[in-house]
Design a binder for this molecule. Sequence first.
Ligand SMILES: Nc1ncnc2c1ncn2[C@@H]1O[C@H](COP(=O)(O)OP(=O)(O)OP(=O)(O)O)[C@@H](O)[C@H]1O
Ligand SMILES: [Mg+2]
Length: 618
Amino acid sequence: MEGKPGGRLEQLRRRLGDGARLFAVLRQASARLTVVAALAAVLAGVLNPVFTLTSGALVASVASALEEGVRAPSPRILLLLALAAGVYVLSLVMGPVRESAGDALMRRVDEHLALRVMSSVAQPRGLAHLEDPDVLDRIAQSLGAVTAITPGMAAYYLVQLWAQRLQAVLSAVIVFAFSPWWAVALIAAHAVSYRLRRWHWDQVTNVLHGRTDLLRRSHYLRDLAVDGAAAKETRIFGLEAWLVDRYRVTALDTLEPIWQRRRNGGLISLGATTALLVLEGAVLLAIVRAGLDGRLGIGAVVVYSQAVVAASNLGVFNDAQVYVSEGTAALRVLVGLEREVPTVGANLRGHRPADGLPQESIRFHDVRFHYPGQSGEVLDGLDLEIAAGTSLAIVGENGAGKTSFVKLLARLYDPTAGRITVDGVDLRELDPAQWQRRVAAVFQDYVAYKMSAHDNVALGAVDHLDDRAGVEDAARRAGAAAAIERLDAGWDTPLSRELTGGSDLSGGEWQRLALARALFAIAHGAGVLILDEPTAALDVRGEAAVYDRFLEMTRGVTTIVISHRFSTVRRADRIVVLEHGRIVEDGTHADLVAAGGRYARMYRLQAARFSGGEPVSA
Ligand SMILES: Nc1ncnc2c1ncn2[C@@H]1O[C@H](COP(=O)(O)OP(=O)(O)OP(=O)(O)O)[C@@H](O)[C@H]1O
Ligand SMILES: [Mg+2]
């Protein structure tokens, strides 16, 4: 959030912008509820001064009846009594109406904005923005994760604030009727008090927003402690107490400067409130003296003194104000995010259709790449041509750049230099979403969706979510079907112990399911298959069986497989060795073994391990 306070005009512009944005969102979330809430707020704001006036008139009538010695209530008294009672009942009814309209609005607004955050974050086809701490800070801020105040809450409290402000303004008008000078003095004092407290609050929230990164760290520690997925390790390594302690320290670190400022704010509040009380006391005294002097009737004294008290909401900086300020600030961040995310990092562009590609080849021309914001070259002048419809295996040591290579191929990033072409067309010119739909991938860190077994496979081609036969076929080929059919609800079993009726799978079973998902995508038209360590968790027999069934289904599909297992690698039409971001060997399994280079050495080492002998030195 903008740390610089900026000039007065700038602040005013910002506030007006905040208001306009909140209104736009309210209208989009529900125009009808907005109207209901606004009417309820206006009514609530008006009813209180009306009650004040009515009760004043009633007191005046009763007093004059007493003076005249009339014992029975006159029709005027009865009418005023009825009016006061009616206003009172109406205000009792309007409270809940305003609250429930505000509550419904709050939910609608937050739901509407969650959808907007989701689509804004999903819009760039690459990953760069999701690895940018500044963007992540702003996502957290726009979801209200920093202050625990969402724009929906701003909507709820805005209704309350309107009612309070309107009531205060009307009450100030009543005071004005008593004495313009006193009214102006009250309004000026409230304005100063409001500005002071607002200024102080802005200081506090600027500090808070400036510490979003720290706050995200402390939230991470908290989640780690309560998250079932991490529980195995946190138990084994005895991290629970350490996590709690670390969380406390991080949270304290984050909040300490804020508490410090809050304490100062307490003093400002106390000072402002005391000064206001003195002023209000003086006005009340003036009213009472006017009453005693006979310049004001008893009814007027009642009305004016109530109005002085009710006008104190003029400059109040209360919870409602805080919620509105913070919620609209979150909204401002969200709108900024929507505007800027398309330009964050190197957003991927391109409009040419990717249908049916590749027909001929995918080619890397002198491709260089480093991750955004990092200096080390991951790919360092990589040249490679992959013929369409063939299979290529990539081998290389940890960190050689294999996964990065396929991430570029799937266009999750663009190269920093050089180019990748598909049938001669620069990948940068292709529509990134369309090209990504041509690619099916099982990454090393594939996702285990906490959804049904069926969905875990069918998400490979979300347009064919109902294709149960296709799901079962893909699962059979990936060797995943047997494990799923054993589950209580079969394909409908949720694959998470956290869900009712849910179950979990073994590591290898999950991997087979991820393979099935990629195969399902291929069956529905994807043309490039990327398998990054697809069999690392499979037992040896399972791996062989998967490959035998796999081949028929992936014939004609351009397949890139990364593996440290030579039993997997050797089946590929062609193998390349990647080292320090370049291709250093290239050929079939037989070629490379015969060449006696790095591949041959790695192969012999692994073969020797499996046969139980000593590694054969090259
Ligand atoms: N998202 C990222 N941001 C920054 N650096 C990254 C990122 N992902 C990987 N790297 C770095 O890029 C280099 C290559 O990583 P990459 O994942 O491509 O290696 P790999 O060959 O797949 O290794 P492995 O066999 O261990 O899977 C590594 O030095 C790694 O630290
Ligand atoms: Mg990798």
